[in-house]
Design a protein around this ligand. Structure first.
Ligand SMILES: C[S@@+](CC[C@H](N)C(=O)[O-])C[C@H]1O[C@@H](n2cnc3c(N)ncnc32)[C@H](O)[C@@H]1O
Length: 192
C-alpha cells in the first residue's frame, strides 16, 4: 500500500477517530518518566500527544506526509517529535527506545516481518513493544464482510495465532496478550 493511500484520509482523520481510554491507560502504565518512546503509524499524532506527560521523549512516525503535516499543526510539547518514516526501514540507531507501541497499523504493512525486524532492531534489550491489532468481528456475517474488505485492500488478515507466530519468528517474546474491552483489538505485550 502506497503512503499516498493514507494521505487522503489525513484532513478528516481526527473527525472519525477518538482516543481510546483503555489503550491510553494501558500504554501509560508501561511508560516511565525517563523513557524514550516510539509510536509506529502515528497518523495525526493524537495518542502520542496524549501520552507526552508520561515519558521523557516521544517520536511519532508515519509514512504518510499528509498525516504528519496534520500532526505538526497541533500544539506540541517540547518532548514530542513527528517524522515521515517507513516503518519497514526505520532510520533510528540500534536499541534507541525503551517503549515502542503501534495501534491498528501492523495489519496494513506488508510484509509484516519487515516492520517487526525494524522494530526489534531499534528496541532496547529490556524494552517493551506493545502491538495492538484489529481483530475480526465475532459475528460470522460481519466477519466475512470485514475479511473481504481487508483482502481487497491487500491488508494482512492474520488471526491471533498467526500474529504470535510472526512475533516469535522475529525473535520477540510474548509476555501476555488479551482482547480489548470493546472486543475490536488484540493487545500483545512483547519483549525482545
Ligand atoms: C489504520 S491507520 C492507524 C493510525 C493510528 N495508529 C490510529 O490508531 O488511529 C494506519 C496508519 O499507518 C500508516 N502506515 C501504513 N504503512 C506504514 C509504513 N510502512 N510505515 C509507516 N506508517 C505506515 C498509515 O499512513 C496510517 O496513518
Amino acid at each position: 500500500m502506497k503512503s499516498t493511500f493514507w494521505d487522503r484520509f489525513a484532513k478528516s482523520y481526527d473527525k472519525n477517530s477518538s482516543i481510546n481510554e483503555e489503550l491510553l491507560n494501558l500504554i501509560r502504565s508501561y511508560s516511565m518518566p525517563d523513557f524514550e518512546v516510539l509510536e509506529i503509524g502515528t497518523a495525526t499524532g493524537e495518542m502520542i500527544l496524549s501520552l507526552a506527560p508520561y515519558f521523557a521523549k516521544g517520536i511519532g512516525i508515519d509514512y504518510s506526509e499528509m498525516m504528519i503535516k496534520e500532526a505538526e499543526k497541533k500544539i506540541k510539547p517540547d518532548n514530542i517529535t513527528f517524522k515521515v518514516e517507513d516503518a519497514t526501514n526505520l532510520s533510528f540507531a540500534d536499541e534507541s527506545f525503551d517503549l515502542i507501541f503501534t495501534i491498528s497499523t501492523l495489519h496494513v504493512i506488508n510484509p509484516l516481518e519487515d516492520v517487526l525486524t525494524s522494530i526489534h532492531r531499534v528496541l532496547k534489550q529490556k524494552g517493551t513493544f506493545i502491538a495492538i491489532v484489529p481483530i475480526v468481528n465475532h459475528n460470522w456475517f460481519k466477519a466475512q464482510f470485514e475479511k473481504s474488505v481487508m483482502k481487497s485492500l491487500k491488508f494482512n488478515n492474520y488471526d491471533v495465532e498467526e500474529y504470535i507466530s510472526c512475533f516469535e519468528e522475529c525473535h520477540f517474546m510474548i509476555l501476555d496478550h488479551f482482547t480489548s474491552i470493546d472486543k475490536k483489538s488484540e493487545i500483545f505485550i512483547i519483549k525482545r
